[in-house]
Every structure is written in structure tokens, then in C-alpha cells.
Design a protein around this ligand. Structure first.
Ligand SMILES: [Ca+2]
Ligand SMILES: [Ca+2]
Ligand SMILES: [Ca+2]
Ligand SMILES: [Ca+2]
Length: 486
């Protein structure tokens, strides 16, 4: 995947990226690193567990501040008066050390969140439940655009809810800025157990707003005559990895992902990313994938084909954005490329003034204050649509593996743009009703039509052979094995 980057148009930004990701990926110098990283912090990836490395690091003036045991990575902090380039040179020769990289910064992309609104619009609870049009007042209309939750209508949620509303046994981890779990539309889906990696405490509350907005798209309570509707009546776990300015580090992101995987969540929602490749992030993604989690991540909002991580890792479903009703089309800011898996509504602020107005398509969801709701746009919003739908599929088919769920999402997506899989929509825009009607595609190549969807992909031929030849569980391991060899 990394070698592909050389084919992209050459301009300064890309050159910097390429420099950053060549051989050991890190230009570690006293002058600092080219990508933004937490000052004086490095991640050391081990080949094997080796306690003597810790002693060596401490003798070299590096303090181990976190041992990420599951993925074999140490977070170290440089103590004063260390010539880091010399230390790195020495450490790289150590047989137990595979790589050293800066603890890069991960940020939410600009322009995600628009204004908040206090609803005050409490509708009477209408019997009948969410199989019909939900009675949540913001579903139908909102004071800014008047469109309400067009994003749920356009993917067929009303029809889908008649088949499946969700099971609380299914757990989705929102790895983000935290979740405001006291929100009246979120409290019934929230489940404790996640962690606040930013402030190092067990209370992943949301001091920014992004994570609460994302969580509401997945699991705001539907049919309670209040606020917004959410896609699935499932359980949300919060891993807080971004701070009160929407920024975080690879170490915290990797910790959040591995912790969620250790909790045994079914789905991990990652409405965040970075253009900088990180071995530590790849290890965390691989770890969660091998534990059976379905990982879903935002493609990014810069309208470029530059791979955005973690979305661009093959284990992760990369989600691009659409907007419009009744027909939705690609949102212009949405990143694209061979690494895009699916698309889902993300909205578009057409005049780019940060203000939702009549005629525009925004995503309205829960906020991080009581009785407050938030409008926003971006692939950050598209991602939880896929996570929410995946959670409904898992609710309907509790035995489904993450690979089977991914296959159903891909197979039932509504093809858009050029026929077949393409770089803007991936397999297409998710279709909730079709996905829930679809029986599980249990054998990876056992059914001709399943194989056909895969032959349209840009997966490498050797991966195709593996997926076609062997059963699902084996394929999970096989795909990973081959990917490691590339
Ligand atoms: Ca906290
Ligand atoms: Ca509601
Ligand atoms: Ca606007
Ligand atoms: Ca297409």
C-alpha cells in the first residue's frame, strides 16, 4: 500500500509524506520531525517481548510511559539532554526492535461540526414504534435546513427498522472525543467500560462534541418522541482518544482501539484519521481485526486520493461521503481512491460558510450538552452510518463474523457512479433495507454471486485466490497473512 503513494502527483506535501514513510519511516533528527508529533515522544515497536529493552531504553535516557502489551509497542518520552538521533541509531540495531516512530498527532479534519441547537421540541410519544416514520421531531425537520434526518431516509432506514431495530448485546466502540452519555437521547445505549486515554481516567465523557455527534448517528434513541432518531438500538462504548480541541496522538488512538478489542466489542467506529502512515496504528488495527472486530473508518475530507489512515488499511472499511435526497451523490470534499470501500451520507455545506441553511444537506445528531443537538458534515458522519448498519446486521445475525458483515454491506450497497466498484463510492452507497433482507453470505466463494462481487474489486489477485478458496475463518487469517507479506 505504501509503495502506491509514489504514483501520486508530485507536489511538496506528497514529497514530505514520502520522506516520512520511507524505510524506517522516521526522519528522527534533533531538528524535529516533518509531521506533527507529540514533542519528545516516540513509539517503539518490538519484534518479540524482551524485558531487557526497557533497561536499555532507560539507560539511553528514554522513559517508558506506556507498555502497550497486546501490540508490543512502548511509548517512551525523551528525558532532557538526549541526542535522539544517536539513540535511535543505536536502538534500531537491536534485534528485538522493529521500528521507532514519532508519536504522531491525529486530528479531526476542519469543518466537521457546525452549530448546536437546543431543541425544546418534545413531541408526544405516538404509539406504533419506529417501524413507521419515527416520532423524534428532528427526524422530520430541523430549524436550519428544514430537511431533518434525510440521511436516514435516503439509506432506507424506515423500511429497515421493520426488519431489525437492534440488540443491546451488540456493542459498538466509538473511538473519538468521548461520548456525553447523560444526553437524553444517548443514555439508554451507553455502556460503561471504555476509557479516557487523554486524561487517563475511566470516564470517557465528551469535552468537544464530535464523539457524541457520531454516537447519536449510530444509536440515538429512536421513537422516544424526543430529539433525533439513531440507526440501531445497540450498545455504545466510548474510547476517548481526542482531546477538547479534537486532537490526539497515535499512542492514544492505538490504545483506544486495542482496549475496545480487548473488551470484545463487535464494531469499532473511527471517524478520524491521518495522512501519515504509522506502524503502531497498523499494529493496533491488525490486533483488533484478528480479534474479530469490524473496523469502520472515515475516508477523510480533503477531496484527495492520498491514503488516509486507518481507513486505508485493508482490514478497515473506508467510508466516503454522499449528500442529497431522494438521490444522493458524492460529496465533493470526500477523499477517493482504490482504498475506498463504501459510501454513506455525510452531507455538504454547499456555500462552505459553516452555517446550515435551507437547500443544504447536513447531518443532525446529538451534542455534548443536555437537550442540545448538533449539525455537521463530513466523512466523520458517513462512517457511523456504516457502523450502525453493521450493528443491525450483527443484531439480526448474532453468529455473523465481521467478514460476513462486511461482505453483506458491500454486496447490498447501491451502485452509483460508474458501474461496479469505483474509487468514489467504493461498492456503492449503503442500503439498509437490502442489507437486512440479505441472508448471510456464509461461504466465501461457495456462491457464484459472492465471488463475482469480489472479482470486481481491486483486491490483489493472491487475496482473491485465498478468499475464493477457503472458508471464512481461514480467510480472515489468510488475508492477514498475505497482507503482511506484501
Ligand atoms: Ca475523563
Ligand atoms: Ca430520539
Ligand atoms: Ca452553508
Ligand atoms: Ca459504482
Amino acid at each position: 500500500m505504501r509503495s502506491k503513494m509514489l504514483r501520486y502527483p508530485i507536489h511538496l506535501y506528497i514529497i514530505i509524506l514520502i520522506i516520512l514513510i520511507t524505510p524506517i519511516k522516521v526522519p528522527l533528527t534533533e531538528e524535529g520531525v516533518l509531521a506533527e508529533a507529540a514533542e519528545g515522544e516516540y513509539l517503539i515497536g518490538l519484534r518479540r517481548r524482551d524485558e531487557t529493552v526497557v533497561n536499555l531504553l532507560e539507560r539511553s535516557g528514554l522513559k517508558v510511559v506506556r507498555w502497550m502489551d497486546g501490540i508490543g509497542v512502548l511509548l517512551v518520552r525523551v528525558e532532557a539532554e538526549v541526542k535522539i538521533s544517536e539513540v535511535v541509531k543505536a536502538l534500531e540495531r537491536h534485534p528485538s526492535i522493529e521500528y521507532i516512530e514519532p508519536n504522531y498527532i491525529v486530528k479531526l479534519q476542519e469543518g466537521c461540526l457546525g452549530p448546536s441547537l437546543k431543541t425544546g421540541m418534545h413531541a408526544p410519544i405516538i404509539p406504533g414504534g419506529p417501524a413507521q416514520q419515527p416520532n423524534d421531531p428532528l427526524y422530520t425537520s430541523d430549524p436550519y435546513t428544514g430537511r431533518g434526518q434525510w440521511n436516514l431516509r435516503v439509506i432506507g432506514m424506515q423500511e429497515a427498522w421493520s426488519l431489525e431495530e437492534g440488540s443491546r448485546r451488540v456493542r459498538v466502540a466509538v473511538v473519538d472525543t468521548g461520548v456525553f452519555y447523560r444526553h437524553r437521547d444517548l443514555q439508554s445505549s451507553y455502556m460503561a467500560g471504555g476509557y479516557d486515554w487523554v486524561n487517563d481516567d475511566p470516564d470517557p465523557d465528551d469535552d468537544y462534541g464530535h464523539g457524541s455527534w457520531v454516537a447519536g448517528i449510530i444509536a440515538a434513541e429512536t421513537g422516544n418522541g424526543y430529539g433525533v432518531a439513531g440507526i440501531a438500538r445497540i450498545s455504545i462504548i466510548a474510547e476517548k482518544v481526542l482531546n477538547n480541541r479534537g486532537s490526539g496522538t497515535i499512542a492514544d488512538l492505538a490504545s483506544g482501539i486495542t482496549h475496545a478489542a480487548d473488551l470484545g466489542v463487535d464494531i469499532i467506529n473511527l471517524s478520524l484519521g491521518t495522512d501519515t502512515y504509522s506502524s503502531t496504528l497498523e499494529r493496533a488495527v491488525t490486533y483488533a481485526y484478528e480479534k474479530g472486530c469490524l473496523l469502520v473508518a472515515a475516508a477523510g475530507n480533503r477531496g484527495t486520493s492520498t491514503p488516509h489512515y486507518p481507513a486505508a488499511f485493508e482490514e478497515v472499511i473506508a467510508v466516503a461521503s454522499t449528500y442529497g435526497e431522494p438521490e444522493d451523490v458524492r460529496a465533493p470534499y470526500s477523499n477517493y481512491g482504490g482504498w475506498i470501500t463504501l459510501s454513506a451520507p455525510g452531507g455538504w455545506d454547499q456555500d462552505r460558510d459553516g452555517i446550515p441553511e435551507a437547500g443544504e444537506f447536513w447531518i443532525i445528531s446529538t451534542d455534548n450538552k443536555p437537550d442540545s443537538f448538533r449539525l455537521g458534515t463530513g466523512t466523520s458522519a458517513s462512517t457511523p452510518h456504516v457502523s450502525g448498519l453493521a450493528a443491525l446486521i450483527k443484531s439480526r445475525h448474532p453468529q455473523a463474523t465481521s467478514l460476513e458483515i462486511r461482505r453483506v454491506l458491500e454486496y447490498t450497497a447501491l451502485d452509483k457512479g460508474t458501474p461496479g466498484r469505483d474509487d468514489y463510492y467504493g461498492y456503492g452507497r449503503i442500503d439498509a433495507y437490502r442489507a437486512l433482507k440479505q441472508p448471510l453470505l456464509t461461504s466465501v466463494g461457495g456462491e457464484g454471486k459472492v465471488l463475482k462481487t469480489y472479482s470486481e474489486t481491486q483486491l490483489k489477485p493472491d487475496i482473491l485466490t485465498i478468499t475464493a478458496a477457503i472458508a471464512t475463518i481461514t480467510a480472515l487469517i489468510g488475508v492477514h497473512f498475505i497482507r503482511r507479506r506484501i
